[in-house]
Each structure stands twice: as structure tokens, then as C-alpha cells.
Design a protein around this ligand. Structure first.
Ligand code: TXA
Ligand code: MG
Length: 330
């Protein structure tokens, strides 16, 4: 049985938070909202509990987890080294949707890091996440609270869709704000690398990290520096085709193909963004899940206009969902 507790997002009820924190300290699996997507939390230093989490999600053990802490002071116990730049980044971007990868301390179980010598850490900004982490008083490993290969959950209902009966508790704090997962920034190598684009963009990081760059081979399969970046991670059930290139042409071609598919009796889901990337990000995963619920045969999508803000993150997730089905329209 999964216990669902509904919370006031801005002022989470202390009793509910205390109950959820106790479950976490006991090794339980507790889903909770963050500002990006819902996470599935577990005591990060409890290897057996972490193994139960991998089983509940059906997640392969070679995909490492992000460890969440209430504030930057929680970082010390988790990492082997703390370059000065980390404090500057923390002061600027934490709490918030930035995950930092650093060399790990021996305290962090192999189950969390998938055997890597690094650990990913983040301080989430959502009041429910913050209250939970502060009350638990322990580091909490939390992947997105979806079944492996399903889109990340941005609403409590998405979590139940995938994990009802497989986890102990769900804190329902309403829809998440950002809608796509945190930026993952790897500081363990010589050059800072953004492994996964998110709401904290390269442009925002560059004043502090002038040499930072996006990882090579965006949205490709093959050996990954961050194994969770595989395409299927963000995929709806129906195949998604992404129309890229000059916006007008891409839209025209998409509509023609949609018409042809419909004429052939296929059910087609259209993802043709009218809004800016932030608005698209906020409802992207919900839209993909709705297409699945509607039982569409295929999804045709194009990118939001513009290149700033969350554009890169949205493009990244759509390319992964497309898994190579990309139509260039230059
Ligand atoms: O916004 C988010 O980050 C959400 C919320 C719940 O915080 N969490 C999330 O977790 O998206 P997950 O497990 O779905 O994605 C974690 C990503 C994966 O791509 C994983 O490979 C990468 O972080 N990662 C974790 N530890 C890593 C490490 N030591 N080195 C490189 N990448 C790592
Ligand atoms: Mg995930």
C-alpha cells in the first residue's frame, strides 16, 4: 500500500513531513515534489534500501542516483574534495535545479553511484523537498519517481500511475514548476561539463565557470559518461518523431505528415509548441503521458522557438524521446 499525503505546497504540514521523514530514516521509499520533477527518495547511506528503490523503479543498477541534501553544509560528508568553485556555485544556484558531480567520499554506497568514483549532489528548492530533507536530517538519494523508461512525473498522479503499491509513501504537493530534470554539472574532471541541460543554463554558469561546455554527443546512444542519459529514459510508449530546422518549414512538414498518417487511419499526437520553452518544459512530460493514455500510434513534435532559457533542455529531452527519429527541415 502506498500512503498518499496531500500537502500545502508553500507551507507543508509539519505532521505529514515528520511522518515522511520517519519513513525515510527507516529505509522506506517516499516520493516527493521538487521544483523540477517528483523524486523517489530513500536513505542514501542505506545500501539495502537503495537496492529496494532500484527494484521498485525497475531501474538498471548501472545508472547512478542524485543525492539530495537540505543545504550546502550537507555536501561535506558526501564528497572527497570540495573545490572552492563549489561554494560559489552553491551560493548562486542552491537551493535550485543544479546537480553537481564531485569525487565521492567512501561513505556513499556503491549502489548510489553505480560504482563510479563520483557522486551527484543537489539541494532542491521546493518547500516540500526542503522541509522533508531538513526533517529527515540525512542525505536522500532520489531519482525521478517514474518507472524506468517512462517520462519523469510532474504531478502526483503520474507517480501513482507508475508506482502505486510499489512505494511506501507519496507526498502530493501539486504540479512541479520547472517540468524537466535538473542540470547535471560534472566538476570531477579537468573541464566542467554539463552532462544534462536543465533550467540552470550554460550561459548562467559561464560567469563562474568560463570553460564550461555541454557534453559531446548530445542525445546519442553508446557509452555514456552519465549512463542515465540514454534516450529511452524520456520516452513515451508511442514512437516520437522530431521535426527540426527552420521553424516554419518544420511545422509545415509535420502537418503534412500528420495529415497523411491520419488519412492512413493512424492516431497521431501533435506536439507543436506555441509558447516559450519554459512553458513547454512545464507541461512536456504530462503531454507525453497523455498521448500514451489516449493510445496514439505515433507522436509528431517540433521544438519551441528561440534558443535561450529552457530551449536546450527541451530540445535535449525531445531528441532523446525521438531516439534517432529526426526529420531535418532546413
Ligand atoms: O531534477 C532532478 O535531478 C530529479 C529530481 C528528483 O531531483 N532527479 C533526477 O534523477 O532526474 P534521475 O535519477 O532521474 O537522473 C539522475 C541523472 C542521471 O542522468 C544520472 O546518470 C546522473 O544524474 N548521475 C547521477 N550520478 C552521477 C554521477 N556520479 N556521474 C554522472 N552522472 C550522474
Ligand atoms: Mg529519471
Amino acid at each position: 500500500m502506498t500512503t498518499v499525503l496531500r500537502l500545502t505546497p508553500d507551507r507543508p504540514e509539519p505532521d505529514a513531513i515528520a511522518a515522511a521523514a520517519a519513513r525515510l530514516r527507516d529505509g522506506g521509499l517516499v516520493a516527493f515534489p521538487t521544483e523540477t520533477v517528483y523524486g523517489l527518495g530513500v536513505a542514501a547511506l542505506d545500501a539495502a534500501a537503495v537496492r529496494r528503490l532500484f527494484a521498485a523503479k525497475g531501474r538498471p543498477a548501472d545508472d547512478p542516483l542524485i543525492v539530495h541534501v537540505a543545504d550546502a553544509s550537507g555536501l561535506g560528508a558526501l564528497v572527497a574534495e570540495r573545490p572552492a568553485i563549489v561554494d560559489a556555485l552553491a551560493a548562486r544556484f542552491w537551493p535550485g535545479p543544479l546537480t553537481i558531480v564531485l569525487r565521492r567520499s567512501p561513505l556513499v554506497p556503491n549502489e548510489v553511484t553505480a560504482g563510479l568514483d563520483t557522486v551527484a549532489v543537489r539541494v532542491p528548492a521546493h518547500p516540500v523537498a526542503h522541509a522533508l530533507l531538513a526533517a529527515a536530517g540525512i542525505p536522500v538519494a532520489a531519482p525521478s519517481a517514474n518507472l524506468f523508461s517512462r517520462p519523469s512525473p510532474t504531478r502526483a498522479a503520474h507517480v501513482l500511475e507508475d508506482l502505486d503499491g510499489r512505494i511506501d509513501m507519496l507526498l502530493d504537493g501539486g504540479p512541479t514548476q520547472v517540468g524537466v530534470e535538473s542540470t547535471v554539472l560534472d566538476l570531477s574532471g579537468d573541464v566542467p561539463v554539463v552532462l544534462r541541460p536543465g533550467a540552470i543554463t550554460l550561459d548562467m554558469l559561464r560567469p563562474l565557470l568560463p570553460t564550461a561546455r555541454l557534453r559531446d554527443g548530445a542525445a546519442t546512444e553508446g557509452p555514456q559518461r552519465s549512463p542515465g542519459l540514454l534516450a529511452r529514459h524520456y520516452s513515451p510508449r508511442a514512437p516520437l518523431t522530431l521535426y527540426e530546422g527552420a521553424s516554419e518549414r518544420a511545422r509545415e512538414r509535420l502537418r503534412k505528415d500528420a495529415e497523411a498518417a491520419r488519412a492512413a487511419g493512424r492516431r497521431v499526437g501533435l506536439l507543436v509548441p506555441e509558447d516559450d520553452a519554459a512553458a513547454v518544459a512545464a507541461r512536456l512530460y504530462a503531454a507525453l503521458r497523455e498521448f500514451d493514455a489516449d493510445g496514439v500510434d505515433e507522436i509528431l513534435a517540433c521544438l519551441p522557438e528561440g534558443s535561450g532559457g529552457l530551449s536546450q533542455a527541451v530540445a535535449d529531452r525531445l531528441r532523446r524521446a525521438a531516439a534517432g527519429r529526426i526529420v531535418r527541415c532546413d
